[in-house]
Design a protein. Structure first.
Length: 437
């Protein structure tokens, strides 16, 4: 299959593909969709950002379109994070317009009542995280006895997050006769056991290397002291254009870094497990729409981030394992675009960098860390502000005459752009970057 028009799809689905400018399938879509549309079980591995969601959304919706509309759950999609579940539903909504097929998201952090109401209103596709769905099953709030299709999306991450018992509980609730679709960035031993136990004679599809980064992402490493990381990040953000996804090791570290960036007049937000679902949704939506240039994230929360045109991924803190490195930098260089990864590594982490190179079969490029004391960063910002103020100030052809009231005779009337003069509290003055104290 080289074009989506080659598929024998219902008119609504075909129109929705065209309306959303889906013309040429990606490799994982071209190889998976024909097998899935014939009812085969499929196990597919492909790098992040290669279009796996559409690869299962099209067959699921096409199969549902041929069924009568009833208030039963016919298809179940499981994902590791709330953000990914919400984004999967967004894709389904784009594709099911005009089909009368309803979807529902079942995740923690959102109103339980609203989710249950949507299901009772006739949702035929449930997109869920394992924990919340098991909670609903234990309380007999959902019935999966009529579910004929199951998708395990990013199965490796679900197992990494400890969801194996929940997955077993859910899979045991499904009818034996069903179609199972498993999509994963990697197939580790734990995933292989899951495949053997719950997938029947699957078609195995592997697109590209899933154990190394995409070739269109440039991998750079800066060896730098922990205390200088923020200065370097500020320098790179000033020198380079485009949005940046910055990874911090801890939730507290993500909060602190985002706060520092905001104090330095960089539009930034954060996403991690301690944020409410509403806060996470607002952060992700603002980042997508360009309201925030920088999104600071932890690894678990970032698994659901599927945003096009992220220019740079920054490993502010080194990832714990090589697989996390793959998933982090997979957020840039999507859909064939060029991307950049900057990794900040301490001298004593050089061995960790080499371990990542060996595990993934890649070579990173060490870049010389620029000499950037905080004063230089402030100087750059102040110079830019001064130039902007000068451009906006009224120009006089003759000599400037300053009238000073008698009561202010002893007060200096400095003309500098960053000092307060004449007691005007609104006039700008120098400000310090976060972290400069």
């Amino acid at each position: 299959m080289t074009l989506f028009t080659e598929l024998n799809l219902c008119p609504a689905l075909a129109n929705n593909l065209a309306k959303n400018n889906f013309v040429t399938p990606t490799p994982v879509q071209a190889q998976s969709i024909p097998h899935l549309m014939t009812g085969n079980d499929v196990v597919a591995t492909a790098q992040t950002g290669t279009g796996k969601t559409l690869a299962f959304a099209i067959p699921v919706l096409e199969a549902l379109n041929a069924m009568p509309r009833t208030k039963t759950i016919k298809a179940l999609i499981l994902s590791p994070t709330r953000e990914l579940a919400i984004q999967i539903e967004e894709t389904f909504k784009k594709m099911n317009e005009g089909t009368r097929i309803k979807t529902a998201v079942v995740v923690g952090g959102l109103s339980e009542g609203k989710q249950l109401a949507t299901i009772k209103q006739g949702a035929e596709v449930i997109i869920a995280t394992p924990g919340r769905l098991v909670d609903f099953l234990n309380r007999n709030l959902v019935n999966l006895s009529q579910t004929s299709m199951i998708v395990l999306d990013e199965a490796d991450r679900m197992l990494d997050m400890g969801f194996l018992p929940a997955l077993r509980t859910i899979l045991d609730e499904l009818p034996e006769k069903r179609q199972t679709m498993l999509f994963s960035a990697t197939i580790e031993k734990s995933v292989s056991h899951l495949v053997k136990e719950y997938v029947t004679n699957p078609i195995r599809i592997a697109c590209g290397s899933t154990t190394k980064p995409a070739e269109n992402v440039d991998l750079f490493v800066f060896e730098i002291d922990q205390r200088q990381k923020f200065e370097l990040l500020m320098h790179l953000l000033y020198e380079e254009k485009g949005s940046a996804l910055v990874f911090a090791r801890t939730k507290h570290g993500a909060d602190r870094l985002a706060d520092h960036l905001e104090r330095a007049d960089i539009s930034a937000t954060r996403i991690h497990g301690d944020r409410t679902q509403s806060q996470r949704n607002q952060a992700l939506e603002g980042f997508k729409k360009g309201k925030f240039r920088v999104l600071v994230a932890t690894d678990v929360a970032a698994r659901g981030i599927h945003v096009d045109n992220i220019a740079h991924v920054v490993n502010y803190d080194m990832p714990a394992v090589a697989e996390d490195f793959i998933h982090r930098i997979g957020r840039t260089g999507r859909a064939g675009a060029r991307g950049t990864s900057w990794t900040f590594s301490a001298h004593n982490e050089r061995g960790d960098v080499r371990a990542i190179e060996r595990a993934l079969g890649v070579r990173v490029t060490y870049k010389e860390t620029p000499s950037l004391p905080e004063a230089q960063i402030r100087e750059k910002k102040h110079a830019a502000t001064a130039a902007a103020n000068h451009a906006n100030a009224p120009h006089h052809t003759g000599p400037k005459v300053v009238m000073i009231p008698v009561g202010d005779a002893g007060r200096k009337a400095s003309q500098g752009p960053f000092t307060r003069s004449f007691g005007n509290k609104n006039q700008s003055r120098p400000r310090r970057f976060a972290g400069s104290r």
